[in-house]
Design a protein around this ligand. Structure first.
Ligand code: KG4
Ligand code: ZN
Length: 396
């Protein structure tokens, strides 16, 4: 990163799934001395809109990102210093309207907002280009390159999973307005990335030097929480609800309630590789729930606890193996599932490792993590008119 103590301002955009995120942050100095300041940060969750479908409905998500982005942009512009936008050339306007053509009134809304509020002085616009849902990624990409073109700035394409990984370097105290240093860590490190679509172990030899050393062969950990949680009658996304229910499965004396009938497999826990598999767990859980239907409240709680324990045990065991295999003494953890308290507590028990887990506020999808990953990739910025694509299967 060629920041050389000079503060660089980045507007970051996240639209890979069902959270619309927009954040303005500044960064100075190269890692490991990186200091960041969040100047404005907005997030609009679509969770309630998708709940009736029991999962994310891509075309609805795309429409909602298109509606949310102008609202969030307007909020951000009210929070930071801006400058009026001079006349936009006919060519630029034509290009932007072409990019935003498929997103209903997005172009009209964008021009209205920037003429009303102006824009901040920026050095780059960063955007998630994958992995994620292709139609929703495109909304972010098209608005990001429109803003970059309007501002004559560069565009930084960001891998969503790198955002989850780098968020592990953010301090727990991270808050808007203050300047924070990202944690300096020793390499090699291992990163455990656990989200709704991914479960991965990454060997990290330096910032932007990644090698995938383990991944799920079928469902992701978050998906297992969500799918089995749904069978327990919990709303989408079920992960946090499973965790809440699991916490109720204890006696007044604080002892864990267990039920042998509900014991679930720990898939691939003894395999001699670092891969995961959660679909068998889901099938076994479905069979047990069906066999015992209807479950009492106590049984649902005990079942949720067993599910949480099965998933967490596998994640912690494979992570421990990854640390041993790589000889790494640093562990980075990120992704929505990293908000799980049982997982956090058990990861803290791994001996001789320096643990850097995403602050709870950055565990789920958000634009701050995209801004942080962009700061690390500042030198890879491109011209906004470069032909880039959404890549739903982009890998680290
Ligand atoms: O990273 P994320 O916000 O979105 C993706 O990139 O997929 O992760 C969402 C996933 C969902 O599966 C959700 O159920 C899970 O994270 N999750 C949790 C918890 N909070 C969110 N899973 C278990 N326990 C939690 N506390
Ligand atoms: Zn995510």
């Amino acid at each position: 990163m060629n920041v050389n103590n000079e503060e660089k301002f980045i507007l970051a955009i996240e639209t890979s799934c069902d959270e619309t995120g927009l954040c303005l942050l500044s960064v100075n100095r190269k890692y490991p001395d990186t200091e960041i300041t969040i100047h404005a940060n907005e997030l609009a969750s679509q969770i309630e809109d998708h709940q009736e479908y029991g999962g994310v409905f891509p075309s609805l998500a795309k429409r909602l990102h298109g509606e949310n982005l102008p609202v969030l942009l307007e909020k951000i512009l009210q929070e930071v210093d801006t400058q009026p936008i001079e006349m936009v050339s006919a060519e630029k306007e034509e290009q932007i309207r072409l990019w935003l053509d498929r997103h209903d009134e997005l172009a009209d809304n964008l021009f209205r907002i920037i003429h009303e509020h102006g824009l901040p002085q920026l050095d780059a616009v960063a955007v998630t280009v994958g992995p994620g849902l292709e139609p929703t990624l495109w909304v972010g990409i098209n608005i990001a390159r429109s803003l970059a073109l309007l501002l004559d700035t560069e565009l930084i394409p960001v891998n969503h999973m790198e955002g989850h990984l780098i968020s592990g370097l953010a301090p727990d105290s991270i808050s808007d307005g203050d300047t924070h240093q990202l944690s300096p860590i020793a390499f090699p490190a291992v990163a455990l990335l656990v989200s709704g679509g991914h479960t991965e172990l990454i060997r990290v030899d330096g910032i932007c030097q990644y090698e995938k050393i383990g991944q799920t062969r079928d469902d992701a950990a978050g998906e297992a929480f969500d799918k089995v949680g749904r069978l327990l009658g919990l709303p989408y996304p079920a992960g946090p609800y499973v965790s809440e229910l699991a916490a109720q499965a204890q006696t007044d004396q604080g002892e864990k309630m267990k039920d042998e009938e509900f014991s679930l497999p720990r898939p691939m826990i003894d395999s001699d590789n670092l891969d995961f598999s959660f679909s068998g767990l889901k099938t076994a859980a479905a069979r047990k729930i069906e066999a015992q239907n209807p479950l009492s409240d106590r049984e649902r709680a005990v079942f949720a606890r067993e599910l949480e324990e099965a998933i967490v045990e596998v994640l912690v065991s494979k992570t421990t193996q990854a640390l041993a295999k790589t000889g790494a003494e640093t562990l980075l953890v990120g992704g929505g599932v990293s908000a799980n308290k049982t997982l956090r507590t058990q990861l803290e028990c791994i001996k001789d490792v320096s643990l850097h887990i995403s602050p709870l506020t950055l565990a789920g999808d958000n634009a701050v993590m995209i801004g942080l990953a962009a700061a690390m990739n500042y030198d890879s910025s491109i011209d906004p008119e470069t032909d880039i694509s959404a890549n739903s299967r982009l890998s680290l």
